[in-house]
Design a protein around this ligand. Structure first.
Ligand code: FAD
Length: 399
């Protein structure tokens, strides 16, 4: 590891890996540091991603894809099932990844492009020079080393501390943290090509429960509930255990994870002097679905591109990095987050009776494009009153 790089990236998830890969391919000197001893583990993710979204960043490969999805189904509190099919997607709409392999592959590609990689290396504080972020102090096997950089990328995930140490308020209100638990289960009866979402206040208050197939008889079975609904006897894991006992009593759990997902709006500003914040650390997560893999990669790439320009112009101050912040907000990623934030706020207030009505209105929906927007539009067709209830969203739904 050198003492100085053009770019230092903190975190080896999809956001950090794509930032490092992009910058290295652009000819910058890059160092990516990851506090865990290995990239990709433990997996804190249901591993779902859209087909096109994945292909924008990496050639899909069986080595990191567990299963291909053809349909999605929503299950109402009363058990009514609505199946979403896509007529435009050639029978495939998304993948369930094997993130242990996927995250490694991305970091591997960053290394192949010339980035230095250092695992078991924690960024423990920023280096500040004249009020600007100028790199990070790193801890590796009990040793400390200061590494300076023109630009530092904070890609340290939902539990991100780095930006806070740089003076940025990254607090997420309790009601906007989804408390999650997930089992990797095997020996269960599932449709291996359909992701299933269970809704309802008894199943997953202000959240949802998912079954994302990983093979013919295995799946990620997980749940996210609002942090404010969590407490003794009714934590995410308690709801999940009840569901598993009734739906998959003979299934075997071979992995168990817990974690948080932010479903708030993104940080008000995702740059500072010498610093760019990407992915979960920037709260650039879809507030409706909790999905953040694509958004992390998108912001990681844009962060590196913006940093490369700033470095070549010899100015890495906040203003020079602002095109990153403005760029992702103006892109589809930013617009989708804003729209889905409103839909999420509407959806979490729905009673079980209203959810039953909505889902009963359509047992089968054929979508032109497999997206939340298409789903909402189809539901509005069948429930015109929705348009009144989502009045504030009319403009956002047009996008
Ligand atoms: C239960 C659950 C289910 C989910 N399901 C999905 C899904 O199906 N689809 C989807 O798109 N998204 C899903 N997500 C969200 C998705 O996992 C994240 O949005 C995505 O991983 C964000 O990528 P990232 O690179 O920003 O952060 P991360 O993947 O979290 O990577 C951050 C990395 O930074 C490292 N790090 C942290 N601090 C430091 C430090 N000080 N020094 C060095 N390294 C550090 C961490 O160890 C970590 O490896 C889910 C999340 C959870 C919790």
């Amino acid at each position: 590891m050198k003492n100085h790089y053009d770019l230092i990236v903190i975190g080896g998830g999809p956001g950090g890996a794509i930032a490092a890969r992009t910058a290295a391919r652009d000819g910058l000197s890059v160092c990516l540091v990851e506090k865990r001893p290995a990239i990709g583990v433990p997996v804190r993710c249901a591993e779902g991603i859209g087909m096109e979204a994945l292909a924008e960043f990496v050639k899909p490969d069986p080595s990191f894809i567990s299963a291909e999805m053809k349909n999605a189904a929503l299950v109402a509190p009363d058990g009514t099932k609505m199946v979403l099919e896509s007529k435009m997607a050639g029978g495939k709409v998304g993948y369930v990844l094997e993130r242990k392999q996927f995250d490694r592959e991305l970091v591997w590609q960053a290394a192949d492009a010339g980035a230095d990689i250092s695992v078991k290396t924690r960024a423990s504080s920023p280096i500040m020079k004249d009020g600007k972020v100028a790199g990070a102090q790193l801890e590796f096997c009990g040793m400390k080393k200061d590494v300076t950089a023109d630009v530092t990328v904070a890609a340290d995930g939902v539990e991100s501390k780095f930006s806070r140490w740089c003076g940025i308020d990254t607090t997420v209100p309790l009601r906007e943290i989804m408390s999650s638990a997930q089992y990797l289960m095997t020996d269960i009866d599932i449709d291996p090509h359909t992701t299933v979402f269970y809704l309802g206040n008894k199943v997953a208050p202000e959240g949802y429960l998912w079954v994302f197939p990983k093979g013919d008889r295995s799946a990620n079975v997980g749940i996210g509930i609002s942090g404010k609904k969590s407490g003794t006897g009714h934590r995410a894991k308690d709801y999940l255990d009840r569901f598993v006992a009734s739906h998959f009593p003979d299934g075997k759990t071979i992995e168990c994870i817990v974690g948080g997902v932010s479903v708030c709006r993104p940080l008000p500003c995702t740059v500072a002097d010498g610093l760019v914040i990407v992915g979960d650390a920037a709260r650039v997560v879809d507030p409706l679905t909790g999905g953040g893999i694509y958004n992390a990669m998108f912001t990681g790439r844009l962060a590196a591109e913006t940093a490369a320009k700033a470095i070549s112009n010899g100015d890495c101050g906040k203003e020079a990095l602002m095109p990153y912040d403005a760029g992702w907000r103006a892109a589809k990623v930013g617009k989708t987050i804003e729209r889905n934030y409103h839909i999420k706020e509407y959806a979490i207030a729905l009673t079980d009776a209203k959810l039953n009505d909505l889902i009963q209105s359509a047992s089968k929906i054929n979508l032109e494009h497999f997206s939340t927007l298409q789903l909402v539009k189809e539901l509005i067709k069948r429930n015109p009153m929705l348009l009144v209830e989502l009045a504030g969203l009319r403009e956002l739904l047009k996008q």
